[in-house]
Design a protein around this ligand. Structure first.
Ligand SMILES: [Zn+2]
Length: 343
């Protein structure tokens, strides 16, 4: 996804840099005081190389983007950095991210701050994306939100009144590991515990649940796909559902049921203004028939199980910033860190 950019003339200072580190690529954007992008690029993480090399490349890219945007270094107030966990946010360390094997126990926040010469605000990538949606995305009209990211895994972020809930041990907002099934047949989560939301609502889980049904002999147009390609993708399941395949639609709607259980727990714990569903697995979004059915089913589950007042007032919708949410949110967290704390 390419960011929509504004010109220097349209922009409102001060400015912030957002850096969103993923397993495959690092996305960097220069963002103005209203959350709009002036310049943006992405480049390969090359996660097998060491972290110092990535910091060198990141610093060069930031300088290049400043030139593109026509900004002086002095106009940048701060840098926001989002990385995958596990991490130690208070000490500014990235610990041992599974997707970036070369980065281990590295003081990434302070090294980047030294290299760029600006204060760096460090956050979990999912929390940064949640802040992006909160600041200028789907959640922009709400004082608090929970974002649930449905991708290879299930991630999440919780933002309450400009504050990202990181927790005492950098494990706040681990929404994928909310238990939604304590039954004897609960599915195993990649973290090693049974019954967690991620074991039902990630793309990996949706594919696994569909594949099991096919192997058990369920009639479906996906039998031919599985026979030919040996494995399925989330997109194929979504397309099959759109073409009227009963099994594919059933798996997708069951996913919505499990997701609703997790959302109800979050609503009764936090009572947020909005629930924002992000990540690649959005079944085409709310403009698409399958995406709309998925969203409607989530809302039905919430209506059935949440306090009526909360179910009536909560806004539940798909995210709107796509792959830009992470760096925009990281820049937003850097901006928030510059503000005097509210008493
Ligand atoms: Zn888990």
């Amino acid at each position: 996804m390419s960011a929509q950019t504004i010109t220097r003339e349209e922009a409102v200072g001060p400015y912030f840099v957002g850096v969103d580190v993923g397993g495959t690529s690092i996305k960097i954007g220069i963002v103005d005081d209203l959350g709009r992008t002036l310049a943006y690029t992405s480049f390969p993480t090359e996660g097998e190389k060491d972290t110092a090399d990535a910091i060198r490349r990141t610093t060069q890219v930031i300088h290049g983007l400043l030139a593109t945007a026509g900004l002086e270094r002095s106009e940048i107030l701060g840098v926001g950095l989002g990385t995958p966990g596990p991490m130690d946010i208070k000490r500014g360390f990235i610990l041992d991210p599974t997707n970036i094997p070369g980065w281990r126990h590295y003081p990434i926040r302070d090294r980047l701050a030294e290299a760029v010469g600006k204060p760096v605000t460090y956050a979990n990538d999912a929390n940064a994306a949640a802040y992006g949606e909160y600041w200028v995305g789907t959640g922009r009209n709400y004082p608090s939100l929970v974002m649930i990211t449905l991708g290879t895994g299930v991630g999440g972020g919780i933002i309450i009144g400009d504050l990202s809930v990181e927790g005492e041990n950098s494990h706040g907002s681990e929404i994928g590991h909310i238990a939604v099934d304590y039954g004897p047949d609960a599915r195993m989560c990649p973290c090693g515990q049974p019954g967690h939301l991620e074991a039902y609502a990630s793309a990996t889980a949706v594919i696994a649940r569909t594949t099991e049904q096919l192997q058990a002999g369920r009639a479906s147009s996906l039998q031919a796909v599985l026979a030919q390609e040996q494995k399925l993708t989330g997109l194929q399941i979504s397309q099959a559902a759109e073409a009227g395949d009963d099994l594919a639609l059933e798996v997708i709607l069951t996913t919505a049921d499990y997701l609703a259980r997790g959302i109800v727990i979050l609503m009764h714990t936090i009572d947020p203004g909005a629930i924002v569903l992000g990540g690649a697995m959005n079944f085409g979004g709310s403009d698409h028939p399958v995406g709309k059915q998925f969203l409607d089913r989530v809302k039905q589950g919430v209506d059935r199980h949440a306090f009526p007042l909360l179910a009536q007032r909560i806004a539940i919708d798909f995210a709107s910033l796509g792959g830009d949410a992470g760096y925009i949110g990281a820049a937003g967290l850097a901006r928030a860190a510059q503000k005097p704390p509210t008493p």
